[in-house]
Design a protein around this ligand. Structure first.
Ligand code: 5GP
Ligand code: ZN
Length: 110
């Protein structure tokens, strides 16, 4: 089972910032900014390449919740990042969206 499925199941501890029946948001272990949390679907979808009409409700749900979760963490300006595939820097093969903020972010993406 992948590390984020283990976190969802509670087998690996995490600092949760939001949870419901479809998603979990928790603080990144190695934050790159004062606010850095990850939003994951409670369904093992490997990455963006595996999003289909049948599972896209999870993705829509995550994005519908990001504003309020961000606000709960004290930010209304932030960057949402997804790495899809190893060459793009994806290290955990369970779809996740980084939400990063709490400081002036640089403009460079690569
Ligand atoms: P990726 O590089 O796949 O886009 O992002 C994976 C992220 O997951 C990294 O930022 C990494 O710090 C985070 N991460 C990996 N393992 C764990 C873990 O066990 N707990 C938490 N909270 N974050 C993790
Ligand atoms: Zn998983």
């Amino acid at each position: 089972m992948c590390v984020f499925c283990e976190i969802i199941n509670g087998n690996i501890p995490s600092t949760k910032v939001y949870e419901d029946d479809k998603m979990l948001a928790f603080k990144d272990l190695n934050p790159v900014a004062p606010v850095h949390f990850l939003c994951v679907p409670k369904k093992h979808i490997e990455n963006v390449n595996e999003i289909t009409p049948d599972n896209s409700e999870y993705v829509a749900h995550i994005f519908s919740k990001i504003p309020e979760i961000a606000k709960s963490q004290g930010i209304e300006s932030y960057r949402v990042i997804n790495n899809c595939g190893a060459d793009a820097g994806q290290t955990v093969m369970h779809l996740h969206f980084h939400v990063i903020g709490g400081t002036q972010l640089g403009e460079k993406l690569i």
